[in-house]
Design a binder for this molecule. Structure first.
Ligand code: F6P
Length: 495
């Protein structure tokens, strides 16, 4: 099936046409189409936070926004893209430092890494002069220190991204940057920082006057389409960013309008449910055959696991079936030299998603064919396997002279029958990447709805944060922590 520059081949999965039809019918009986339409119409689908989840609107064309009385979104989009181009063209700005974590980091980082090299390789004449984009999000300041060690504060634009503007890691990094810049010149930080947040007051109190906001119905992990994407827009230009939004919107329309049986996110969401609840696969491996997509697995980890890693339904009752599993991966071919042994011969059959880019942005087509042949070869190997008879029939040198041919053949057999999906993008460009991310977002919504859970909250991240604050308070005082093991560590770690 080909949609918005993407082809999806799920024929090597443990389902057939009849099963797909049954699953589709079941999802319709559960009311997936009603849920989809309600989400798009802005109904409260995030019940624990009493919020809608309308991030799709961020990529809707202006006329759709105007018709939906959302012209303020179009105005903000216009303004932030103008700012992005201004930064991109400002000869005094040679570096952008993007601060943020989770959804305020993973999306922009993925976009910049995936797309800026295209724009630097000739598609955009200005590209050679555009600023370098650096990211620092980790609560470990070593990440930021490594960035600023090489920079002159006068060359830098800061982009602070935090929906809440209260995230501890972001504030630690922002404080350090403020000191670093103001140490050079009073008020340099204020002059050179922009905050993107749903909490403008907190950003202003921190000392940033140039702010963009976005509605609270944009969840952090769905926010790259909002001004949170500013750094990425600097990297690829406003036209590139619009093309990203258009690609995503093409996929949205396919999701909203096409027949469920032909609908890619619908079908992939069903497959995810089938994998977890019928096949009992615990994990899914995503392998992009493009080094530029190396952050895609990390991006998907937040999207899928923060959305659907839940154990209660929307009403707060325990669910009695599995919800999201672990998503993991690495770019191919690197992964072939690390964990593919496990995928082929390990004891835990695991579905793999191969992501291929049909046309490269370099000129060595023979090298690119070799790369694609590897992706196809791995998918075929997982499916076909190699029987003991086939392995025994092959003439292989016996390294151990006391071994029989059959004995070695046992090591060289592959069970086969292992599932994989192939997704290809005609090129890695803003439009196709937008469509791919939108596809993943909607499949998460499908699976979350069918599991009966709320895909749009993330209460599971709170407890650890609360305990960390309490432990930090104990570290800063002479009070002994009530948990003996923690108390011992506090004593050992005296910083
Ligand atoms: O810790 C989880 C989380 O709340 C994510 O959902 C979010 O993307 C991230 O932290 C960052 O939050 P903020 O954008 O508010 O700084």
């Amino acid at each position: 099936r080909e949609v918005a520059g993407l082809r999806v081949d799920a024929s090597r999965q443990p389902w057939d046409e009849a099963l797909r039809r049954d699953l589709t019918l079941w999802s319709l009986q559960k009311g997936l189409d009603t849920f989809r339409n309600a989400q798009f119409a802005g109904e409260i689908v995030n019940r624990s936070e009493a919020r809608a989840a309308r991030h799709c609107l961020l990529r809707a064309p202006d006329h759709v926004l105007n018709a939906k009385h959302q012209s303020a979104l179009a105005a903000t989009r216009l303004r932030f893209l103008e700012v992005a181009d201004k930064i991109r063209q400002d000869p005094n700005i040679r570096h952008v430092i993007h601060i943020g974590i989770g959804g305020s980091d993973l999306g922009p980082r993925l976009l910049v890494q995936a797309l800026s090299s295209i724009h630097a390789s000739g598609l955009d004449a200005r590209a050679a002069k555009q600023p370098d984009i650096h990211f620092a999000g980790n609560g470990d300041l070593h990440e930021l220190e490594a960035v600023i060690a090489r920079l002159n504060p006068y060359d830098v634009q800061i982009v602070l991204c935090s929906k809440s503007f209260s995230t501890a890691e972001t504030l630690v990094n922002a404080e350090r940057l403020k000191a670093w810049m103001n140490n050079e010149s009073q008020d340099l930080f204020k002059a050179r920082s922009i905050a993107i947040t749903a909490n403008i007051k907190a950003a202003q109190a921190f000392g940033v006057s140039d702010c963009f906001d976005f509605p609270d119905w944009v969840g952090g992990r769905f926010s790259l389409w909002s001004p949170i994407g500013l750094s990425a827009a600097v990297a690829i230009g406003s036209e590139g960013f619009k093309s990203l939004l258009n690609g995503a919107w093409d996929m949205d329309r396919h999701w909203l309008e096409s027949d469920p049986y032909e609908n890619l996110p619908w079908q992939l969401g069903l497959l995810d449910v089938w994998h977890r609840n019928a096949m009992h696969y615990n994990t899914r491996c995503v392998v992009p055959y493009d080094a530029r997509l190396s952050r895609l697995p990390a991006y998907l980890q937040q999207l899928e696991m923060e959305s659907n890693g839940k154990s209660v339904d929307q009403a707060g009752r325990a669910i009695h079936h599995a919800s999201a599993g672990l998503v993991w991966g690495e770019p191919g071919t690197n992964a072939q030299h690390s964990f593919f042994q496990w995928l082929h011969q390990g004891t835990e059959p695991t579905p793999v998603e191969f992501i291929m880019i049909e046309r490269p942005d370099h000129s060595d087509h023979a090298a690119h064919r070799k790369l694609l042949a590897n992706a196809l070869g791995q998918s075929l190997a997982l499916l076909k396997g190699k029987s003991l008879d086939q392995a025994s029939a092959e003439s292989v040198k016996l390294a151990n002279p006391s071994w029989s041919r059959e004995q070695l053949a046992a090591h060289r057999t592959f069970q086969g029958g292992r599932a994989s999906t192939i997704i290809s993008l005609n090129r890695l460009d803003p439009s196709s990447l937008g469509a791919l991310i939108s596809l993943f977002e909607h499949r998460v919504e499908v699976a979350g709805f069918l599991w009966g859970i709320n895909s749009f909250d993330q209460w599971g991240v709170e407890l650890g944060k609360e305990l960390a604050i309490d432990i930090e308070n104990h570290m800063n005082s002479s009070q002994i922590h009530p948990d003996p093991q923690t108390a011992l560590w506090i004593k050992l770690l005296e910083v």
